[in-house]
Design a protein around this ligand. Structure first.
Ligand code: SF4
Length: 366
């Protein structure tokens, strides 16, 4: 068995650590890029959402590196994600790729027995003992939690750092270094060291940086290529970023959903505006916007792919939230045709607006 999987933010670090621990061969597709999008757009239905297309590109790139099994996650809907794996299997089959799919979904959705059967497809391919397999899975979890934590700290520190660009430099060097290590224990050890390092970046608390909340469709906000690297750009501008939805959040949320205790804070925050589950992370988008205000954000950017049904619903609610909370909210919609120049112009204009509002507030209180 040689496994490949789609990119989704930092998950490939965790998947690599887990497969290294399990002793299972794998092919990490190249980081999401134009080529993956072109391949995916060519073979996917035109009206399909962007994550689907990029994932198809990832699979084909992984298969070309020798993978014979695709590991992915699924859902029972109600948005298009519920159809992803069936359609993707069909597309790859029609293209003549003879690959197996292992689709992980919440046990609540597919049943405990089916979930364990799918887990056994992976564990049977490993020659490691049960204890070693559990350790490999735990190391994967540690890796995703640590790298997401480091990224979160860097996203705040970048607004206060004394040496411009230091947090981003540490974050990038952390990612580069851990990807080159094949020993999961060593990866976890290095991540702890990087966490200490990023925490000790010198800061100037007299600075008053803008803080922006990033909300929207989970794949698009967590996968940098699909949002045209917005967080990298905001870091360069010295803007603090708050984004709750990440792969580690997704793992915790999926585990907690077994006892219906997932994202309680977000659900409570969204109750006034959107009390129902509408698929994707539409409800989370609204709840997070409310929480962003409470957590001191100066504005919120919603990002989602063209045609994303749950986010279209959230988009129609956000102007009311924005008015009630007196906080600007901007929506960016991305697809394979999005041009970087226009995209950046909108972000810069929004940051100017937040900057002006912030300095007016400071002046009126001084
Ligand atoms: S949440 Fe939106 S982008 Fe994601 S699968 Fe559903 S419709 Fe597509």
């Amino acid at each position: 068995m040689k496994v490949t999987f789609p990119h989704f933010g930092n998950t490939f670090f965790a998947a690599k650590a887990a497969f290294d621990g399990l002793g299972i061969d794998y092919a990490v597709p190249p980081l999401c890029n134009k080529e993956a999008l072109e391949i995916g757009s060519y073979y996917s239905p035109e009206e399909m959402c962007l994550p689907f297309k990029i994932m198809i590109g990832n699979y084909i790139q992984g298969i070309k590196e020798g993978a014979d099994t695709v590991l992915t996650t699924g859902s029972c809907g109600p948005c298009r994600f519920g159809e992803y794996c069936e359609l993707q299997m069909d597309i790859l089959k029609k293209l003549g790729y003879d690959v197996d799919f292992i689709v992980f979904d919440a046990p609540k959705a597919i049943g405990k027995e089916e979930f364990l059967r799918r887990v056994s497809l992976i564990s049977n391919a490993s020659s490691k003992s049960n204890n070693e397999q559990i350790e490999a899975a735990l190391n994967g979890l540690k890796v995703i939690n640590l790298i997401d934590d480091i990224e979160k700290i860097a996203h705040i520190k970048c607004g206060y750092e004394i040496n411009k660009g230091e947090s981003k430099k540490i974050l990038n060097s952390c990612k580069r270094e851990i990807y080159s290590i094949n020993n999961p224990e060593e990866v976890v050890k290095r991540l702890h060291e990087y966490k200490r390092k990023i925490k000790s970046v010198p800061i100037d608390l007299n600075k008053k940086p803008i803080t922006v909340g990033i909300v929207g469709e989970i794949y698009t906000i967590a996968e940098p290529f699909s949002n045209l690297y917005i967080e990298d750009k905001l870091m360069d501008y010295g803007v603090c970023i708050k984004r709750k939805l990440s792969p580690s959040w997704w793992v915790k949320n999926t585990i907690m959903s077994a006892i219906n205790m997932q994202s309680l804070d977000i659900r409570l925050a969204s109750r006034k505006y959107l009390p129902l589950y509408i698929g994707g992370h539409g409800r989370e988008c609204v709840g997070e916007t409310v929480l962003s205000k409470r957590e001191g954000c100066d504005g919120v950017i919603q990002i989602f792919p063209l045609g994303c049904m749950p986010e279209i619903v959230s988009k129609s609610i956000l102007p009311t939230v924005s008015k009630d909370l007196n906080m600007p909210v901007m929506t960016l919609i991305v697809d394979e045709m999005t041009g970087e120049t226009g995209y950046m112009t909108r972000i810069e204009a929004f940051l100017d607006l937040l900057e002006r509002r912030k300095s007016n507030n400071v002046l009126s209180w001084s």
